[in-house]
Write a protein that binds this ligand. Structure first.
Ligand SMILES: Cc1cc2nc3c(=O)[nH]c(=O)nc-3n(C[C@H](O)[C@H](O)[C@H](O)COP(=O)(O)OP(=O)(O)OC[C@H]3O[C@@H](n4cnc5c(N)ncnc54)[C@H](O)[C@@H]3O)c2cc1C
Length: 486
């Protein structure tokens, strides 16, 4: 990949010009990938590895999208790292863990496909230089130690993939070229896309096949208001490019969409500091709203907690914890920003936070009683040994990370119509597609976002490079399925 200063030079040199009529220029490539996050990078590399000439256009001035912001964690079963650690796992267990939060209502063939391909995609990424470590903690919802964590998080993972992409001569990347729409022929097949160039104005890029990798709509307030109003007021920890247009273009062509109400949030965000350590809640911290009430089980999934926090007055709450918890937590960044409130008594804590002293004392007494009985009013399944002074409080909200709904695809990343027909020439992967976390709400298992992007990005790139537009067929899931996994 060469970083071109001039779009015109890039397009002439690498792709050749199809035609230049009137004010609009048209160029040609084998595979056009729109969007350069995890899905788009994977698709471009996979297509190039099949020998295709690939053009990747990216709206902003860098590659990576939400992928580069991410924790860089994906679950995979039966990996080399698990074997070295003596851990026995199975694809069935991974698939079941992904399906559980949606009560098995997510499309199972998508889940089986990512569960089956997670190990392979992690090894494919290793070949590009990505370094994995096996996490030594069970992530929420997982029944086995299987979380692979990239060295240097999402940034480390994405940088290695970009370096590899840069080494491939048959990929051209153009920055600050937002795709503006899909181009179809008389048969309704996708034959390219339009894009906006500061240098050339509106251009048309014709392609044998197009991969949409533009992600979801977490940065589009209108779409959030329409589909997920309960999370609009969350702190937007989102990629700026996630404005949802790829989903809208697909819908204009008659593509089906699903799970548009689903998303991943994170229930612990402190303005001035950023995402917080969920361990404070897991170790026994309780959340109290500005009316001095507990309102949810704090020992729940980090995404699942987010809408509960946002539903409280002013969308903010206090996370309250005790000395033993504080001792186990690195609180330096809160102290440095003067965001840690400490008090020797509950009355003093109420004074310092503005919470109601009588109500706060009652909340803490009830919590202590629950600890003694082993029965918490919010159904916490993990309680601390005790809850003793001094007490601490941090003022916090929740954040939104990405949306989990979009274009419906088959397991080969073909975009489908409402009648399950393949839209010829169009492939999609990652956040622009229907996720498999849940139909609506924040239910989510860690790793779903990246698995969706990386596994289906690779599949989309391979298919787009090797299939002939006009003869692509719906691909059903033909694996053995959950019940038959060993
Ligand atoms: C803070 C944070 C932490 C996360 N941690 C994890 C984690 O540890 N594990 C996990 O599984 N998931 C995680 N996620 C979710 C995960 O990052 C996303 O699900 C995943 O990166 C989506 O990949 P993508 O390629 O579809 O989208 P992105 O990586 O966002 O890439 C989409 C790209 O398309 C570009 N684009 C959009 N529109 C256009 C257009 N019109 N023309 C051209 N380009 C366009 C965007 O600018 C962007 O670069 C996290 C998300 C966030 C925000």
């Amino acid at each position: 990949m060469k970083r071109f200063i001039s779009l015109a030079i890039a397009l002439f040199m690498v792709l050749g010009m199809a035609c230049a009529t009137g004010a609009q220029s048209a160029f040609e490539t084998d595979v056009l990938v729109i969007g350069g996050g995890g899905a788009g990078i994977s698709a471009a590399i996979a297509a190039a590895q099949q020998g295709a000439q690939v053009l990747l256009i990216e709206k902003v001035g860098y590659l990576g999208g939400a992928t580069i912001m991410s924790g860089g964690k994906i679950p995979a079963a039966n990996t080399k790292l698990q074997q070295e650690a003596g851990i026995e796992d199975s694809v069935a267990a991974l698939a079941r863990d992904i399906l559980r939060p949606s009560n098995y209502s997510a499309r199972q063939e998508l889940v089986y496909t990512v569960a089956e391909n997670a190990k392979g995609v992690s090894e494919w990424m290793e070949e590009m230089g990505v370094e994995w470590r096996l996490m030594d903690s069970l992530y929420y919802g997982q029944t086995e130690y299987r979380m692979l964590h990239s060295v240097d998080n999402g940034a480390g993972m994405t940088t290695k993939m970009i370096d590899y992409l840069n080494s491939l001569e048959n990929i051209t990347v153009l920055f600050e070229i937002p795709g503006t729409g899909l181009v179809t022929n008389g048969k309704g097949e996708v034959i390219g896309a339009t894009a906006n160039s500061k240098e050339l104005g509106e251009i048309t890029i014709l392609a044998k096949n197009v991969v949409l990798a533009t992600s979801g709509f977490a940065a589009n307030e209108d779409m959030l208001r329409k589909y997920i109003p309960e999370i609009v007021d969350a702190y937007p920890m989102v990629a700026p490019g996630a404005t949802g247009e790829g989903i809208l273009w697909g819908m204009e062509l008659g593509a089906a969409v699903d799970n548009m109400h689903a998303y991943q949030g994170y229930g612990f965000y402190c303005e001035g500091v950023g995402a917080m350590d969920q361990g404070i809640a897991n170790r026994g911290g309780i959340m109290v709203n500005l009316n001095t009430e507990r309102f949810c089980n704090e020992y729940d999934g980090y995404s699942q907690i987010a809408p509960h926090v946002i539903a409280q007055p002013k969308h903010h709450v206090y996370l309250i914890f005790d000395e033993a918890n504080a001792q186990a937590t690195n609180l330096t960044r809160y102290e440095e920003k003067d965001l840690l409130i400490k008090a020797d008594t509950i009355e003093e804590l109420a004074e310092k936070t503005g919470l109601d002293g009588g109500k706060l004392a009652a909340v803490v007494d009830a919590y202590r009683e629950g600890i003694e009985k082993g029965e918490d009013v919010m159904n916490r399944t993990k309680l601390p040994d005790s809850f003793e002074a001094p007490y601490y409080a941090i003022y916090m909200t929740a954040d939104l990370r990405h949306t989990q709904g979009g274009l419906v695809t088959d397991v080969a990343a073909h975009v489908l119509t409402e009648d399950n027909e393949v839209i010829q020439g169009l492939y999609a992967a990652g956040g622009v597609t229907e996720g498999f976390s849940t139909h609506a709400g924040a239910d989510y298992m860690s790793g779903n976002g990246l698995l969706q992007a990386l596994v289906f990005g690779k599949i989309a790139g391979e298919r787009a490079a090797t299939e002939v537009r006009g003869s692509a067929e719906y691909v059903p899931y033909t694996g053995t399925g959950l019940d038959n996994y060993k």
